[in-house]
Design a binder for this molecule. Sequence first.
Ligand code: ATP
Ligand code: MG
Length: 539
Amino acid sequence: MPTKISWTGLSHQDRIQILKEMRIDQIIALYEMPDVTPEDFQDRLVKQLTLWAPKNLGDFDTKGGPPTKDVVLGAWRDLDRSEALLELIDNSIDAWNLRRETYLAMTAKTLIVHIRIDPQMQQLVYEDNAGGVPKDKLTHLVVPGYSDTTDLSLTIGSYKTGGKKAIFRLATAASITTRYQNPAQTSDEAWSIQLDEAWLRDPYKYEFPYAPLKDKSVIEQGQTRYTFQLREEPIGGTPWYLESDDIKKVSESIQRTYTLLLIRNPNIQIFFHDLKNPIEPLEKLYDFSGTNKNGTDLRPQQIQFKFDLLHDGVPYSVIAEIVLGCRRTSGAGGTISGPGIDLYGNNRLFVLHDHETFAHLLPTGSARNLVRGFVNIHGPNFFIPWDTHKRHLNPDREIMRALTKNKLITDFFGHWNQAYQGVGRGDVTDLINEPLPKAVDKVKKDLFLPTRVTVEVDLRRKRGVNLPPSYVPPKVKRSKLRNHILTVKFTLDVEEAMYLFGKYGIEGSPREVSKAMVQNLSEAIRDDVLDRAKKKRRK
Ligand SMILES: Nc1ncnc2c1ncn2[C@@H]1O[C@H](COP(=O)(O)OP(=O)(O)OP(=O)(O)O)[C@@H](O)[C@H]1O
Ligand SMILES: [Mg+2]
């Protein structure tokens, strides 16, 4: 039997010509798609006929060219200056980690990132010792789309534009000096990339000038140094780097973004502005209740859910590390330690205090203030549901279905939901305000988490699966005796209820009330009235 011609091997124009001239059965007789049955091939041809409408087309011409720099130029505008620096730090961490995997002995033991500002020169110098960049990879530092990372690398870097956006965001002109530490020690090269104002502004120019350093000793082996001529910000006013508030904002943003990473990898040191003291992990980010007495155990728990996700049809292993615990206060406040679930990708924070994604698994009403924890996705960067700036969640990504619907994961949230509800009212403070013996376990190089469980998850199994017996859920035993509790009852008509729903922000309609809505309303009224009564008494 003569072999058929590969349909996918043809150019688009050739396929359109064939679709114009031949019937589908004739095409199937002559052509094939590799690994596709004739029925599926027919199906695809039918779709192509509606998609391209070939019979109505005249002759083809072509247009188009490479994208302009506006793609990056445009994107820098919605980065704040901390986020630009985070992009550079992300890259230093990735480069250092990737290098360590292959050339541990030839990688700096401690990654040191130095960020300093020279107000006289109006320059910012960003420097790391992640290994440097060889000549054939200098383009990675400048041109969008060029990078060492692939979809499958276990990196923070995912979109191949971060470092470039940072340059445009911060600088009107930039020089990048890098001295590659060749693991084979067969060469010692140091380069200077120079991006002047005209280059940064020209939307079409991607070629950039670079030159070797004559005196390499100005930079150590393995170092990369960005020197930015800073944009004038604000125009005409005191520059941001002379305002302590602005400096504080940047250093706090770096601190919370990398707290978990710094705890888990004490060999990373980031210096910003203060060049003597590296940024310390922010322990109050996870100020969990450590209560474990009289039948109540609210100490934080970690479950690592291991499952496979597909990329181009091939399964890859991902771990969703979920840590849940109880706050030490039931108040809503606390900008850092406030309630909510934080989201991480490969230990890098990208959303602080999410209140929506897991809301269907957690309490409403005032018990919501007790919720604290995080979800950290470890695996190929492709699966991490963050946006290009790594500051938002994309709830439509495949992994989110697993995280919000898989029975084992929702069971874990369910146990904590019960615990939060159980903490309930009255002597809440007594019940939850006990701190953990320590926030960080220095030996384990991790947060102090008394419960650690790993659970293999088959995402295809929806029923009949349970958390392992070794997992012990949190427990709450109220110390108050039943006869010390009063239940106050009253009734409302729909119109009155409507007012109160509005006042207390209860979601849903009072015409179709659920138990949870009544519970939320009752808690809200109780909190409000009690609060007023207590305040009055204090006055
Ligand atoms: N400090 C550095 N040291 C060594 N290599 C670096 C450094 N900064 C950037 N690079 C190189 O530049 C590449 C591109 O970085 P870039 O931030 O543009 O993209 P990315 O990190 O792959 O993705 P994302 O857009 O998500 O940040 C890195 O993969 C790395 O090869
Ligand atoms: Mg990057």
